[in-house]
Every structure is written in C-alpha cells, then in structure tokens.
Design a protein around this ligand. Structure first.
Ligand code: ATP
Length: 362
C-alpha cells in the first residue's frame, strides 16, 4: 500500500500546459478519482504517476520515494488502460501472467525480483479467483465478451500486487448495464485489496459512485478535492457547481438586495447563513440545484417549456425571464403541463453564491 503525492507538479508539452502546479495527496488505500472534461489534463497526471510522461516541474512521490526519475517498471504500480491491450495470441492465464515475466516487487520486499513458476501459478489462480475468471483461463481474448476482457485486464493489473493501481477510463468500452455492474465490482475489489486506486474518468457518475474522494480538474488546474458529497453539496466554485450534478445547478447573475438576490426576473431568497458578509448592491452569481426548487407558492414566475419524464422523476425545463431554470420533481409530485405559467419556490438554505469575477464560492 502506498500514498501518491503530487507536489507542485506541472507538465508542459511545448506551449501547452497540460497540468499546472498540481498539489494532491492520495492517501494510502484511498480510492481517488480524477474527474474533468476532455482535455483537462487528467490522463497526463496519471501517466506521470505511471512514469509514461516526464514531469516538467515539481515532485511526485509514491510511498516515501520520489519517483520523478524512477523507471516505470520500478515504480511498483499497475495500470489499466481504456483499451485493455490484451495479447490476442495468449490465453487468459498467460495474459494474467505477463507482468510477472519481468521483475516484480513482492510484498515486504524493497527490490524487485522475478518470481518462480510455482509462485507465478499461485498468483494467477489467486487473481483469476478474485475476478471470477477461473473457468476462462484457457481461452484466448477473442473468445471473451467485453466485460470478461475487462476483468482479464484487471486481473493482470492485480497479479503483481502493486502498491497502487492506476486506471484510465477502464469502463468506457462497456455498455451502460455492464458499466453499472462493473462499478460495483471495482468498489468491492478496492475493498478487498485495500490498495491505493487512482482512477481517471470524465464520467461524474463513475466518480460519484466509486470514489472515496474526487479531484476535479479543469484546464490543467485542480478545482476541488473532496468526498462525492462535499463536491456536490459544497462546490468550491462555479465550475464545480456547473460540472457536478445532472442536470447541473441553475445559475443566474444578480445583485444582492435585502433578503436575497435580484436576478432581474425574480428574487432568489438567501437565508444569510454560510454565505459570508454580502452587502446590498454586490454583484453575484447565484446557484440552485433543480431539487431545491418546488412548483407552487414561490418568488419566481416561470413558464414551463418542456416536461422531461424519466420514470422516477420529472425535469421541468422552465423559462425565467428569458433564462432557463430546471426544476426536479419526484414521481409523486403534482404534474404540470407544458406551456403553463407557475410560480417556483426556492429552499434558501441551499442557495449557493459565487463571486462573478473569480467564480469562487462566497
Ligand atoms: P481525455 O479525457 O480527452 O483523454 P484528458 O483530460 O485526459 O482528456 P490529457 O490527455 O491529459 O487530457 O491532455 C491534456 C492536454 O495536453 C490537452 O490539451 C492535450 O491536447 C495535451 N496533450 C496531451 N498529450 C500531449 C502530447 N503528447 N503532445 C502535446 N500535447 C499533448
């Protein structure tokens, strides 16, 4: 088991700064997810841990070792890629064995060595049992389903019992149903192995359902690190509020007045707690999640443009003075027809306030 620590880590490709002064402490045994939109630098951050990209500036530690100049094979990590990269001509057993054909760190050993045949067989059987592949060991990858191939890739990653696992979008080749099932399996695998997981994805559902903590990255810069609940309920800035949540938080520009924020199309009430001193006349951006809005008596007059029926809930896409406001309703809430004018209530305790310049929460 090992912590992974980024200290002021920067990666530049020519003029492009892919990762900028990243400071992140992944605790020993933690499941940390790096989450962000395409091109934000999360894969580059992971590849630096793997030793597949050089570090431009800063220090990277795995366990207590600075690994900036350590060869990938000497880092005691395993990586699972989006493309499973299995050897097509080898059986499942030989694929799982492949990392053991080079020197491997063994538990408690500080220098890598090559395991003997009996040790390797024991490892293969153990990894195959953990991933439920015992009956498929003689098959070749071409004779496996996508989900089975993905499990072989995971078995190959765990067979060398590394100090940390690095995973780059390992579920993106699976269909939605298998992805959901595999998320649960990965959480169970993490619990079983009790090893550090560093997992990259652009899919917030993966991040929210699997992570102990999520590190949200945009434009190469870390935006917030926290538990899934933290980043959802207490986003540090506008980017996080708009990125996390589906649909994301509604946001409006406005001006602070007594008891609320005047958006020009209605006043969003504030309860005054937790938002710091907000003087009347201060320009702000307010954010409200769709589930903190209710149809009925309230300060916002809207017209319902569309009703999206999702079975267990409905999303009402409304027009608020030319801006879009989305309201989430439970299946049991009173139904509202498209084209209706209604008023919307706001739960003041859940209203978020951001600085319009910096985007930081107030
Ligand atoms: P995705 O989810 O699309 O894989 P990402 O968040 O993982 O995106 P990276 O692959 O880390 O993003 O890329 C971050 C930035 O660095 C992008 O602007 C990308 O174009 C750039 N980049 C990555 N690798 C290289 C490279 N080898 N040469 C030049 N630029 C690169």
């Amino acid at each position: 088991m090992s912590q992974v620590v980024f200290e002021g880590v920067t990666k530049r490709f020519g003029d492009v700064t892919a990762v900028q002064e990243l400071n992140l402490h992944v605790d020993d045994g933690e499941f940390m997810v790096l989450l962000g939109p395409s091109g934000c630098g999360k894969t580059t951050a992971l590849r630096m841990v793997a030793g597949l990209e050089e570090i431009t500036e800063g220090t990277l530690r795995i366990g207590d070792r600075v690994v900036n100049d350590v060869e990938p094979r000497d880092r005691d990590i395993s990586m699972v890629f989006q493309s499973y990269a299995l050897y097509p001509h080898m059986t499942v057993a030989r694929n799982i064995e492949s990392p053991l054909m080079v020197r491997t760190f063994d538990v408690g050993e500080t220098a890598p060595r090559k395991l003997n045949r009996d040790e390797r067989t024991e490892r293969i059987v153990d990894a195959a049992r953990t991933l439920g592949l015992e009956n498929l060991l003689d098959r070749k990858p071409g004779a496996l389903s996508g989900g089975q191939r993905q499990r072989v890739a995971l078995a190959r990653a765990i067979v060398s019992r590394p100090a940390a696992f690095l995973m780059d979008e390992p579920l993106s080749n699976l269909d939605a149903k298998l992805r959901a099932a595999t998320r649960v399996e990965l959480v169970e695998l993490h619990r079983k192995l009790a090893t550090t997981f560093l997992y990259v994805t652009h899919d917030q559902v993966e991040a929210m359902t699997m992570a102990d903590r999520v590190a949200i990255i945009a434009d190469g810069q870390l935006q917030q690190v926290g538990t899934p609940r933290d980043v959802y309920e207490r986003p540090a800035n506008l980017f996080v509020a708009r990125f996390i949540g589906s649909p994301p938080a509604n946001t409006f520009t406005g001006t602070v007045i007594s008891g609320g924020v005047d958006t020009g199309a209605g006043v969003i009430p504030l309860d005054g707690s937790g938002t710091g001193p907000l003087h009347e006349g201060t320009p702000v951006i307010v954010g409200v999640r769709p589930e903190h809005l209710t149809i009925g008596d309230g300060p916002l007059a809207v017209r319902v443009r569309a009703v999206e029926w999702l079975g267990h809930e409905r999303l009402l896409v409304c027009d608020l003075g030319g801006q879009t406001l989305t309201v989430r309703q439970g299946a049991g809430d009173p139904e509202v027809a498209e084209g209706t004018d209604v008023s919307v209530g706001v739960a003041p305790a859940h209203v978020m306030v951001f600085d319009p310049q910096s985007g930081e929460v107030r």
